[in-house]
Design a protein around this ligand. Structure first.
Ligand SMILES: Cc1ncc(COP(=O)(O)O)c(C=O)c1O
Length: 386
């Protein structure tokens, strides 16, 4: 048997890549699965966006390879979007790089900035891809713990006491998935100060910026951040376009140029009609977000009822597409409990341990399901005893 490379020994296939196959295998028309596990928006993009894709895709001259740096129409739309919602001015020609989803950027940025052995700070709990990609780069993971008793906020005081001299990259994710908190602006200022002092790069992964969030925030709006930070963002959650694979990163031109060195050797520019339709999406007015969030607000009420029925406790003011909830005290094995709900009630929730050791007593429920689905889940749980 031909052996695989050492760099993949320590990583596992992405949890959902495997688990969703298992979930799918249990689905049947008599007892359908209610999937409240993943954050893949079930709602459609705006009609204008779909129409734009159809119109442009039907033109015969838009099917060639595209620029590695994305088309100017999309970069300009991103710059306008950042100016309108985040009060951040970006140079559309030099400071924005469209990506095939922000997940792609996590790999490219790591390849562009991290040497084997460099230290990379990763939130625990946090999006699992940061750690997997760091392992692929053969760099050293240092987790920073987020704790419920600190309202899941950054613990700047602890960070200040740590040896940060070998840190190269600091993964930040505000609003944070899975806990649903947005970090205090004051702490972001302090973090930028630490990055300036120790010369590490902060990457704020910001795909939940527009969901159930009244205060749109970009790390790039923090004074001094443009020297030490890059931001990832995406149309997946904000515009119901997860399957389109459209995201971007923004930051100073030198950072973008380094990422282009990696990206341009890995793929070519995205299909032009997709990019043009994405530009239309970014031009939608704020009523798009008002309508979207009014749907998520209604769903959240039902999701809270599901969690209450299950005996979980949670903070009702979370942002983003999920509610992060603490397991009832009599549940000690989260994985077993989640599988019990899956096999007995055909109800799938994400176990918190997949986001790190700090998540092992928690569960994450997604708002990406129709209200009827939550109602069915509640009916099924009528007899449930926690
Ligand atoms: C925190 C976080 N970052 C990045 C991503 C990837 O998003 P995209 O669809 O833009 O690749 C996700 C997707 O769930 C996420 O939760």
């Amino acid at each position: 048997m031909i052996e695989t490379a050492d760099r993949i020994i320590e990583i596992k296939e992405y949890y959902f890549s495997k688990k969703l196959e298992e979930v799918k295998s249990l689905d049947n028309s008599d007892f359908p699965i209610i999937n409240l596990g993943i954050g893949s928006p079930d709602l459609a993009p705006h009609d204008k966006v779909i129409q734009a894709l159809k119109t442009y895709a039907s033109k015969p001259d838009l099917h060639a390879y595209q620029s590695y740096r994305g088309i100017p129409e999309l970069r300009n739309a991103i710059a306008d979007y950042y100016s309108q919602y985040f009060e951040v001015k970006l140079d559309a020609n030099r400071e924005i790089l469209p990506l095939v989803g922000s997940k792609e950027g996590i790999m490219h940025i790591t390849q562009a900035f991290v040497n084997p052995g460099d230290e990379v700070f990763i939130p625990n709990p946090g999006y699992p891809t940061y750690a997997a990609v760091t392992k692929l780069a053969q760099a050293k993971i240092r987790f920073y713990d987020l704790k419920e008793e600190n309202n899941w906020q950054l613990d700047i005081e602890s960070l200040e006491k740590m040896d940060l001299s070998r840190v190269k990259l600091f993964w930040l994710n505000s609003p944070h998935m899975p806990t649903g908190v947005q970090y205090a602006t004051e702490d972001l200022h302090k973090l930028v100060g630490l990055a300036e002092k120790y010369q590490f790069l902060i990457i704020n992964d910001n795909p939940y910026s527009m969901i159930l969030n009244m205060h749109y925030q970009s790390i790039l709006s923090i004074e001094g951040a443009s020297e030490v930070a890059i931001e990832l963002n995406s149309l997946s959650k904000s515009h119901n376009m997860a399957g389109w694979r459209l995201g971007w990163c923004s930051g100073r031109a030198e950072f973008i140029n380094a990422i282009v060195k990696v990206k341009s050797n890995m793929d070519s520019g995205m299909f032009k009609p997709l990019q043009l339709a994405a530009a239309e999406a970014l031009k939608l007015g704020s009523d798009w977000f008002e309508n979207l969030n009014s749907v998520y607000k209604q769903r959240r009420v039902l999701a809270e009822k599901v969690l209450q029925k299950l005996g979980c406790s949670f903070d009702a003011n979370q942002q983003g597409l999920f509610i992060w909830a603490k397991l009832p005290s009599n549940i000690s094995d989260c994985e077993k409990w989640v599988d019990h709900l899956l096999y007995e009630y055909h109800l799938f929730l994400s176990p918190g341990f997949i986001f790190g050791t700090q998540g092992q007593d928690y569960v994450r429920i997604s708002l990406c399901a129709k209200e009827e689905q939550f109602e069915i889940a509640l009916n099924r749980l009528e007899t449930y005893q926690s």
